[in-house]
Design a protein around this ligand. Structure first.
Ligand code: OGA
Ligand code: NI
Length: 340
């Protein structure tokens, strides 16, 4: 518990164990926060406009692996309540969070710091995180935090809405790829997990990271990033900042969608930088396949001209390898590639 950045960071200089090697530290470069990452209006997704939205989503998923959505149907009140309850959670006195703190890898609902393997970290990350499953709701809600008192009620409503939004986006993606309606609907997106990140103000943002470069192991990720900047996406070898947009969600393609789409869609690498003035809280909802779900390139996307890039595997095989490789994007999918 005393390892949590939020427990000790006040007025300290950055400890050596948080200093990244020169080649991966963010430095003092000004990263453009341009409009490069597409913003897609889902309010248009009816009748003939639907085709346009499908095209926009597909293009963004091919070129960037990232986009933001507005007019997405999740109410502003619910988004605000959710963000506030997460902020309140991290502000609770230590004794109210102590039971949730764990360094145990497999504990389903846990508060931890840096990575899932603090002792094995080469460099620690400047973040605390609360992580738990959201499905099946009736079962997993029992292990969620009991404080703040409205946590369970709000996060239950939020996780349902975020899953609905994710499923809607997955339907639009399957339409764009020419897959059967509901292709992603069942086991491929069944396991919903939330990861709430808290990045306290940092004494030297040029030397450390909130999250190091990675690609999400999920099928699809829906991120509530709040109004503080920090997320950067690697595009054509350059880091691009993702502008916080009021009431928008950031959506990104995970490794499993790269596999199912046989590399037509791109899972982009991204990282989180810190800042020295304000705390940043974000919540990522990962739509994951269930553990025993078989993930493989969709049959209709492979043919004589387009041989499968990956073999079929169980999602849990992938996860095991992802963790072993420490989230290294190139190596995460390597054992599942068919070298032709
Ligand atoms: C993640 C992630 C981005 C952010 O949790 O995988 O990339 O801005 N988070 O917190
Ligand atoms: Ni991520």
């Amino acid at each position: 518990m005393e390892k949590l950045v939020s427990s000790w960071f006040n007025n300290k200089t950055l400890p050596q164990s948080y200093i990244f090697p020169p080649e991966t530290r963010p430095g003092n470069h000004i990263i453009p926060r341009s409009n490069t990452i597409p913003v897609i209006d889902l309010g248009n997704a009816s009748a003939h406009d639907r085709t346009l939205v499908v095209q926009q989503i597909l293009k963004a998923s091919q070129e960037f692996g990232f986009f933001q959505v507005i007019n997405h149907g999740v109410s502003e009140d619910l988004m605000n309540d959710t963000m506030n309850v997460f902020k309140e959670f991290f502000e609770l006195p230590a004794e109210d969070k102590a039971d949730l703190y764990s360094e145990e890898f497999n504990r389903p609902c846990k508060l931890y710091t840096s990575s899932a393997n603090y002792d094995g970290d080469k460099v620690h990350l400047w973040r605390d995180s609360l992580r738990h499953p959201c499905h099946p709701l009736e079962e997993c809600i029992k292990i969620w935090p009991q404080k703040p008192t409205r946590y369970r009620e709000i996060v239950a409503a939020y996780s349902i809405e975020a899953k609905k939004l994710g499923s809607r986006i997955l339907d639009l993606i399957s339409e764009g790829l020419g897959l059967d309606l509901g292709y992603f609907g069942d086991k491929l997106s069944e396991a919903v997990v939330i990861s709430v990140n808290h990045y306290p103000p940092c004494p030297d943002p040029s030397l450390t990271l909130g999250i190091a470069k990675h690609c999400d192991p999920s099928l699809l990720t829906i991120l509530l990033q709040g109004d503080v900047f920090g997320l950067q996406v690697l595009n054509d070898g350059k880091w691009v900042g993702v502008e916080p947009l009021h009431n928008a969600f950031v959506v990104n393609i995970g490794h499993q969608l790269e596999v199912v789409s046989n590399n037509r869609l791109k899972g982009a690498e991204h990282r989180v930088v810190t800042n020295s003035t304000v705390a940043r809280t974000t919540a990522a909802i990962f739509l994951n396949p269930s553990e025993d779900c078989i993930v493989e390139p969709a049959k209709s996307l492979i043919g004589a001209d387009e041989p499968p890039v990956y073999r079929a595997f169980k999602f849990k095989e992938f996860l095991y390898n992802y963790v072993t490789m420490g989230g290294n994007s190139e190596k995460s999918l390597e054992p599942f590639k068919l070298h032709g």
